[in-house]
Design a protein around this ligand. Sequence first.
Ligand SMILES: [Zn+2]
Ligand SMILES: [Zn+2]
Ligand SMILES: [Zn+2]
Length: 331
Amino acid sequence: MELRKDPITRSWVITGDDPSEAGMRPESACRFCSDAAPSLQVIAKSPNAPGVAWSARSVVHPTPLYRIEGEPGRRGDGIYDCMHSVGAHEVLVENPRHDRHLWIASDDEIAHFLRVAAERILDLKRDPRIKYVSLFKDYGKNAGQEFSHPTSQITATMFVPRRVLYELRAGREYFVSKERCVFCDIIQQEERQAQRVIEVRGDYIALCPYAPRVPYEAWIMPRYHDSSFERAGLNRPGLRTNLAALLRRTLQRVRSVTEDFHLVLHTSPSSLHPSKNLGYWKTIDEDYHWHIEILPVVQSKARSYTFKEVYYSPVSSETAVKQLREAKIDG
Ligand SMILES: [Zn+2]
Ligand SMILES: [Zn+2]
Ligand SMILES: [Zn+2]
């Protein structure tokens, strides 16, 4: 696999002929359940809770898209740009138990998972080659779920993924003209209007965005300004009671509508990368604001091509929020 840059949109794509695509292997015994699994390279784990060997842990992805060894070999080919897919690809095992998904796990267990996630992001950001660390989760057949065990994945890349890059640029532009964080402004207005707020829990808020890309899209954000999840994520006192609980409750709400979803954490890019010297992200700590996006996958009729180019969400956020707020959830 290699990375190629679209010269028009400047987005990086990962492409190549993947041999594993040819025959999807069925998952027999779960490789993430057993502690004895010799093939797993454990990178980090959270201190064990009573009665279990570990609470959440990170392992090397069995078939990584990005590999830590080697040089990126960034090169030009006429007007084109490409490089090897150097980086990191890890599986974050959210829970030692096979059936404890985030929406039914205890707040302690979720907090362990969030802490391991923060530690891994911090650690990967120490590599000066890395520009961005992504954390995401795909759940359900229609969302591209890869393993049946409760897992999320982390990728560390030498480029900033397109969607994040849009956000970073837009956040900076807003800051340049208003000297304020656009995310803080959104939160303030949403709390004032109270039309799209799903729930507020301590320092954290869950809301339906004004312009959703998909029906029932939900964001979770800190109500205080902070550009990076991993910095505050580790020590914030309300993490367990508020962020973990809000994540669990929001997922329960979303799952009252549909089983399948994508979840992604957006946090600030690495500030160790040499491009920092170019002044790219000089005001990053003031203009960016970390958040979690949940994108439910709602089965819908096939859409015309236009709807792939322009997001089309046939349920308004104002309707979605009512349904999510009223969803029956436990605890
Ligand atoms: Zn398992
Ligand atoms: Zn902010
Ligand atoms: Zn985002």
